[in-house]
Design a protein around this ligand. Sequence first.
Ligand SMILES: [Zn+2]
Length: 121
Amino acid sequence: MGFDFLRSITSVFGINMGRRQTQNITAIIFDKKGKVLSVGKNSYVKTHPMQAKHAHKVGLPEKIFLHAEMDAIIKCRNLSRAHKIVVTRVTRSGKYGNAKPCPVCKSAIKEAGIKNVEWTI
Ligand SMILES: [Zn+2]
């Protein structure tokens, strides 16, 4: 499975991207066999208590809007099977951007027990 798969899954989920969103960030959680357990998207309007909890924990309380990694973790029903999280950022022009998880998401990923983290650059 290469990054072309990720680009297509990202563009599929990007169809509902709001007009104001210029960056499309998607986080995908995989199990050990490479099966997709959940897909998360960033939002500029949605919040979540888990986002707020980790934002406060790492001293960035202004980061209230839902990040893709957080969304994927919240949606994952089998976190115990979560093996890897891959974060992609695709710009409107279709190029990859830096999707390195921020401190808030790093905190959530650590708490979720996901050891492998990959992102587009
Ligand atoms: Zn984040």
